[in-house]
Design a protein. Structure first.
Length: 486
């Protein structure tokens, strides 16, 4: 009786054209020139999501699908823009429904691959390997791909999706120090620099938001670019970046650092964190904040105007043992008129690490760097698919923490809910009708080894992708069993 019931339910689900999976939502807006490519992409995304962290042949299971996947990756009419276009549209929809301030996290990630010197994969860098017997410095060439991504999250840390992405490789690598010996970097037009990607992603991600003024673009010290500040002002959006440049301020007779050195401490704030050994600590910070006129580099005074910005400094009191002293220097075009508002901006910047978690999912969960594809173009298409899979894992993990009371159908289809009910016991005293998305995310995590004890922290991305992998395997067996036994 149980088998027949399951088979009937599966048949109803798979034959219902109105049932949309998460893949349908992320693929619907794709802009492939050939409808056959769109169908292949949807099928490939489904197979890769069911084989998280596995190779392409393992995910595809047979030679016909594997060959079709390789053809898709190498097709000249397939690009990351087409693969990601549906997801960008879905992100736009989620942003329009959020009705709150959105943090746009920007960061760059490197994917390195072990290849020979004749590889079709571009350069990343040339680190020093050591010295030869005659005293000459030996270098090693690292090949790979760089990815600059922009992730939209809520103030609770829920990732709503990627808003922009850019891939590139270096045809000829030259270190920054070598360039500085021949030319002043501040006099090079921004469009001729790698850092132009920050402006491109800022523009693209802002375009997805219906209210640019509700977006706050957050970046690390690499985003300390005056052209980016000016573009944000032009687009009517906000930024919050960590600075590394001591810029001219006020009437050009002083600098930001000199002004902040004289500024009084406005208050103190206690934060908790963990060091590299995983040990928790508490630090007390002195908080300073001042609004001032910030000038562009001297070589660009004709092209850019001064901006009225707020500088926030958070410096740890005393000297800690066993770790670096906390010293954050932030710059924003948002008004900061109280200690509470300054602490709010510090908390927003602290959420920047979530985009690093997303990149970790791509490397450790999806195992992007273990791919054997032989060209940059194919790898870019593969990593773009991993971005969609990685986002969903991250979204499920954070959904449990940010929106635990939503209905389970917001994240899972009917078959997945049915299987989880069969595999993992529901919490005593709670009927299936009362179950929330949080209950089912816990069930997925338990499939991945999460114990769900009262003292355990919320499940992380690792147990989530292990649980999703196991659920996908069971889902496949369930569908096959339904066809053969039904």
């Amino acid at each position: 009786m149980r088998t027949n019931k399951a088979a009937t339910k599966s048949e109803t689900i798979t034959n219902d054209p109105t049932t949309n999976t998460w893949i349908d939502n992320e693929v619907r807006g794709c802009s492939f020139n050939d409808v056959r490519l769109a169908k292949r992409f949807g099928k490939l995304l489904g197979m890769m999501s069911e084989g998280i962290g596995e190779s392409v042949p393992y995910a595809c299971q047979d030679w016909a699908n594997t060959k079709a996947a390789y053809r898709f990756f190498s097709n000249a009419e397939v690009s990351e823009d087409q693969i990601m276009s549906g997801h960008f549209q879905a992100t736009r929809d989620r942003l329009s429904q959020a009705n709150q301030k959105i943090l746009m996290l920007h960061d760059t990630c490197e994917f390195s691959f072990q290849r020979d010197k004749d590889s079709k994969i571009g350069l990343l860098r040339r680190p020093v390997l050591g010295k030869s017997k005659d005293g000459r410095i030996k270098f090693i060439t690292v090949r790979g791909i760089l990815m600059h991504s922009s992730l939209a999250i809520t103030l609770d840390g829920l990732p709503l999706g990627l808003a922009a992405i850019k891939f590139w490789t270096r045809k000829q690598f030259k270190g920054c120090d070598a360039l500085k010996r021949t030319i002043n970097p501040t006099r090079v037009p921004i469009k001729e620099k790698e850092s132009f990607r920050w402006l491109e992603n800022l523009r693209q991600s802002t375009a997805l938001a219906s209210k640019p003024g509700d977006c706050v673009h957050i970046g690390d010290r690499e985003s300390d670019i005056f052209e980016l500040f000016s573009l944000a002002d032009e687009l009517g959006t906000n930024f919050l970046v960590r600075t590394c440049v001591d810029r001219l301020a006020q009437d050009a007779g002083t600098t930001v650092a000199a002004e902040m050195k004289q500024a009084p401490v406005k208050g103190r704030h206690r934060v908790q964190g963990r060091n590299k050994q995983g040990e928790s600590y508490e630090a007390e910070l002195d908080i300073k904040y001042e609004q001032m006129q910030v000038l562009p580099p001297e070589g660009k005074w004709k092209d850019y105007t001064d901006l009225t910005l707020t500088v926030i400094h958070a410096t740890e009191r005393g000297t800690p043992r066993g770790r670096e002293k906390i010293a954050w220097k932030l710059l924003t075009n948002l008004p900061v008129k109280s200690l509470k508002e300054a602490i709010e901006k510090l908390n927003w910047y602290a959420l920047r690490w979530k985009i690093e978690v997303f990149h970790k999912i791509l490397k450790s969960g999806c195992k992007a760097e273990e791919s054997k594809l032989r060209s940059s173009e194919r790898l870019v298409n593969l990593i773009s698919i991993f971005c969609l899979i990685g986002w969903r894992i991250f979204w499920l993990t954070m959904l449990h923490r940010a929106e635990p009371d939503l209905p389970p159908a917001i994240a899972l289809d009917t078959t997945e809910i049915y299987l989880l009910d069969e595999l993992v016991k529901t919490k005593p005293g709670k009927s299936p009708a009362q179950a929330t998305v949080s209950d089912y995310i816990i069930k997925i995590a338990r499939l991945g080894g999460y114990l769900n004890r009262a003292s355990d922290p919320p499940p992380g991305n690792m147990v989530m992708w292990r649980g999703m992998t196991k659920l996908n395997d069971i889902h496949l067996g369930f569908l096959l069993g339904s066809k053969t036994c039904g």
